[in-house]
Design a protein around this ligand. Structure first.
Ligand code: 13P
Ligand code: SF4
Length: 371
């Protein structure tokens, strides 16, 4: 169990909890008009499909039952062909299901890695297998490319917890105090902030200002975790991740009681008492690195459910205890919707240019920060 300081953190937030944001409106569909739609591929399961996708099934067989593969395989084949026809890449977050993560994604990673990858790709079209704020970040970094999200309703409870207006009010209340926003926010919120951060670089970003007080928005628990890692005073917002806030310290204690040698890894979006019970805290990629490098016998990943499946594929022999908290937004992305995106070029992500310019500055500052 980790020993952590409990510094004081000042928190702000709406007096009445806000519901989810309305999904963004679909873009104008200009890409489909310019580039046309593709013929809908045949999606039957036959010997050819079985043979052509056998190498991919081998990769996921530990986590995808044989009875499910005949449904996935025709989509996997069709998506991989459509990507070539479209000169498209799929950027997939670590929380995507194993058949997306292992069989159709070109790049996988945490939010920071996906943002970095978005700056490098030569493809003309990016399909974001993740949630809307991730697709917006890719669009900010690639204003001239077509960026698609297979389901516009793939939101995030953290992004819904704060608006650009909230950030402007905080700036008025704390003049001169730098504002760091988590990438899990809308472009509107990013535009009002000085720099973005992700869970893998939040401490470094906060310390980059060299001042004694910084505002960190909107994840209260990430902000509280950062405060335990630095002497900088943190002002936080009362936003929470609906997946990580459900874990409890009691649940973690039970895992440890049942096997004192189990390694417990927690994401910094978890509540502080949960993090206090963990052996390691880090971003999704930091957790994956921990398992790959240290090969613990038994591990609990206190984060979204699909992570354990994806890490298991690459680390046979490690036993995963599986608390299964699903992110309903990440799970809106499916193979049929990814294929639909590539065929019809929808849903196109668009950002108001006046907002995009300021939001891009905040993301680029983070990306260019020397590590
Ligand atoms: P990571 O940047 O650690 O992948 O986290 C993104 C996220 O949404 C976690 O809930
Ligand atoms: Fe947002 Fe939490 Fe889902 Fe990540 S897991 S996308 S923070 S709701």
């Amino acid at each position: 169990m980790a020993t952590i300081r409990t510094p004081e953190v000042e928190t702000f937030g709406p007096l009445v909890p806000r519901g989810p944001m309305a999904p963004p409106r679909p873009g104008p569909g200009t890409a489909a008009k310019r580039l046309g739609v593709l013929p809908v591929p045949p999606l039957e399961w036959n010997k050819d499909v079985e043979r052509e996708t056998a190498h991919l099934y081998e990769r996921v067989q530990a986590v995808v039952p044989p009875v499910e593969w005949p449904f996935f395989a025709p989509y996997v084949k069709a998506i991989n062909e459509a990507k070539k026809t479209r000169n498209a890449v799929i950027l997939a977050h670590n929380y995507q299901t194993p058949e997306i993560y292992n069989c159709v994604a070109d790049f996988v990673g945490d939010s920071l890695q996906l943002a970095r990858e978005a700056t490098k790709t030569k493809a003309g079209i990016i399909v974001q297998a993740g949630v809307h704020f991730m697709a917006e970040t890719s669009k900010l970094l690639n204003p001239d490319k077509v960026v698609l999200i297979p389901d516009l309703r793939a939101g995030c409870s953290l992004a819904s917890s704060i608006t650009g207006e909230d950030v402007r009010l905080l700036r008025e209340r704390f003049p001169g105090v730098p504002i760091v926003t988590y990438v899990n926010t809308s472009a509107d919120v990013k535009a009002e902030s000085d720099i973005c951060c992700t869970s893998s670089n939040a401490v470094q970003v906060v310390e980059s200002f060299g001042v004694d007080k910084v505002i960190v928005l909107p994840d209260e628990y990430l902000a509280r975790w950062v405060a335990t890692q630095t002497n900088v005073k943190i002002i936080a917002w009362k936003g929470h991740c609906e997946v990580h806030e459900r874990f409890t310290a009691e649940e973690l204690r039970k895992y440890r009681e049942s096997d004192p040698n189990v390694q417990i890894l927690a994401h910094p979006e978890c509540p502080p008492d949960v993090i206090a019970e963990a052996d390691f805290t880090g971003s999704t990629s930091a957790m994956i690195r921990f398992v790959k490098e240290r090969r613990p016998k038994k591990v609990v990943m206190v984060t979204e459910c699909s992570m354990a499946d994806n890490v298991q594929v690459e680390t046979p022999g490690v036993e995963f205890v599986r608390p299964c908290n699903l992110c309903p937004h990440m799970k809106r992305i499916t193979l049929p919707k990814i294929l639909d995106s590539l065929v019809y070029l929808r849903e196109e992500v668009e950002i108001d240019p006046a907002i995009a310019e300021r939001a891009r500055r905040a993301v680029e500052r983070m990306i260019h920060l020397k590590s």
